[in-house]
Ligand binder design. Structure first.
Ligand SMILES: Cc1ncc(COP(=O)(O)O)c(C=O)c1O
Length: 340
């Protein structure tokens, strides 16, 4: 099967497993795991942040980010396609007691005109708007990235309005590859950043929250409260470190392969794609006459897996287990489906 459902399906490679086996570990609840301590410092430094906290999932690191920036009753702003709003089981309200207010951006991205006049909290009876949540690249938005200019405009607005910024950078690696905005710049824009090692980079488990030392100290306490305190976690940190060092470069190929497949869709009669919004490894396309499920069924019969992302929308996500030969097969299958 050629599995394009998600970039999370990759399995650890022999070299990654080898790096895990060699990791020097200790009990991280006591703060004694050398591998995770060094890895946290390394990634924090890379993004220009004071400290990092390794956590099991992107959901936990997003939720910790929201938690350390808010108080119960506060309001957070997010694009209506945002992961925190759509796919995290309502955790922001359950765990941090905040209200999530969605805005209708474009491809999952917010902008200043949209954010203007949204801040509330002047009167006693209003929620206090506290955080702007950005996602880069956007998942439900189709892998679209913020430009440096867009980020700096939002940061200037947030400073003016005294709002914090949380950045869901589950696929920040793809965004950096596509836009060449350097990692350190994101530390200047955001108060908290969540990065994942288990998406395109291919680690089996692991995300990290990045922020100031004091916020990370607070997040560490909540990670424990939420059951995320881990013991010899250096095993996982070693896999994540291996992923950053060895797999980041491969994302360029994923992006190229997504574009190649998109071109076939663009040329087909019964499938449609917006080539201008394809920037990274997430390819969203539409079925013209048939429900997405039906087209996915036809692809399954040809040994290809994709997932529905709406009644007539399909997502294909590229990752390092997809080879050039696989891409040729996918292109042939889509060309055939797109004809009739
Ligand atoms: C943009 C984005 N943020 C956060 C997450 C959550 O990550 P996890 O599945 O590790 O909780 C995902 C997962 O796919 C994601 O796409």
């Amino acid at each position: 099967m050629i599995d394009l459902r998600s970039d999370t399906i990759t399995r650890p490679t022999p070299d990654m497993l080898d790096a895990m086996m060699k990791a020097e570990v200790g009990d991280d609840v006591f703060g004694e795991d050398k591998t995770v301590n060094e890895f946290q410092d390394k990634i924090a430094g890379m993004f220009g942040m004071e400290a990092g906290l390794f956590v099991p999932s992107g959901t936990m690191s997003n939720q910790l980010g929201v938690n350390v920036l808010t108080n119960p009753g506060d309001e957070i702003l997010i694009d209506e396609k945002g992961h925190i709003f759509n796919y995290e089981t309502g955790a922001a309200s359950a765990l941090s007691g905040v209200q999530v207010r969605t805005l209708q951006g474009r491809h999952g991205k917010l902008n200043v005109p949209l954010l203007e006049h949204t801040k509330r909290g002047h009167f006693d009876w209003e929620p206090r708007t506290r955080v702007i949540c950005l996602e880069n690249s956007t998942n439900k938005g189709g892998g679209v990235c913020y430009s440096r200019e867009e980020l700096s405009e939002i940061k200037a607005f947030a400073d003016q309005e005294n709002l914090h910024i949380h950045l869901d950078g589950a696929r920040i690696w793809n965004a950096i590859t596509a836009t060449e905005v350097e990692a350190g710049y994101f530390g200047k824009i955001a108060d908290t950043i969540s990065v994942c090692f288990s998406k395109g980079l291919g680690a089996p488990v692991g995300s990290m929250l990045l922020s100031s030392k004091s916020r990370i100290a607070k997040a560490r306490r909540f990670r424990k409260m939420w059951g995320g305190g881990m013991r010899q976690v250096g095993l996982l940190a070693a896999a994540a470190d291996y992923a950053v060092e060895n797999n980041w470069d491969k994302l360029r190929d994923d992006h190229k392969r997504a574009k190649e497949v998109a071109q076939v869709i663009f040329d087909s009669k019964f499938l449609a794609v917006d080539l201008n919004s394809l920037q990274t490894n997430i390819l969203l396309f539409d079925t013209v006459n048939e429900p997405a499920e039906k087209v996915i069924g036809k692809l399954n019969e040809k040994g290809i897996k994709m997932i529905p992302f709406g009644p007539q929308t399909i997502r294909a996500t590229f990752h390092f287990e997809i080879s050039d030969d696989d891409v040729t097969e996918v292109k042939e299958a889509l060309a055939e489906i797109g004809k009739s």
